[in-house]
Design a protein around this ligand. Sequence first.
Ligand SMILES: C[S@@+](CC[C@H](N)C(=O)[O-])C[C@H]1O[C@@H](n2cnc3c(N)ncnc32)[C@H](O)[C@@H]1O
Length: 238
Amino acid sequence: MIHSFPGNFPIQEYLRLTVNVTGKHNNMGKFNRENVTDEGAYVMDEQIKQVLADLEASGRENDARETDRAMKMLNLHPDTAKKLSDLALSNHSTRILEIGTSNGYSLIWLAWSARENGGHVTSIDKDRAKQELAAANLERAGLTDWVTLRAGDASEILSVLDGPFDLVFLDADRIAYPALLTQFLSKLTPGGLLLADNVHSHPEEIAGYLSALAARDDFEHSVDPVGEGLSIAYYRPE
Ligand SMILES: C[S@@+](CC[C@H](N)C(=O)[O-])C[C@H]1O[C@@H](n2cnc3c(N)ncnc32)[C@H](O)[C@@H]1O
């Protein structure tokens, strides 16, 4: 089922209902009061904000200079990364999987959200050198303990990866998403979120994935225009 944003959208309704009004609990039963305002907003540590700002600047500079696509960082738009984090926090996601680590920009947002939720992120990338950059960036941000990095082809790693996951973020080879969806679906928990970037920037490449989602009746699906277009699917099997 596909809905367009904004509108009467079950995922929004679901998230609205599941966000704790005080914003002070997580689903591991822990409280992170020092990171939450009285209005329920999560406050990111200054150290993490600084690393993210550095990565935004260096990523822009690197990607403008590099002509070889493999050498670009291709980080998520900051607004999309914030949206990803908001979704993880409000859905109380604790078992997060990212496909496409690069140098760890979106991963830092997810790892911070996982830390606030008492959870953990596993992130896959076939480029070992980029994952080494990600490891260093996570260390600088103080988030190493909330992340497991797995180097290799997403399909190969997925075949040996234990689930379940309650949030999966796809940001890699878009043509491969339909096959990956088939592969990890059994590891996605009911109520879980499935997110994918680049709906508006790469419509042809992501069309197969969107069709695969639309053909299923166990996902509520929408596209948020944030950044390059974020596909948001909420897994709701019978
Ligand atoms: C757009 S970048 C990820 C950006 C990252 N999410 C961020 O916002 O910082 C895509 C990454 O996917 C990786 N990738 C592409 N195809 C892959 C595959 N089949 N298996 C694993 N990683 C893959 C690339 O090496 C690249 O680092």
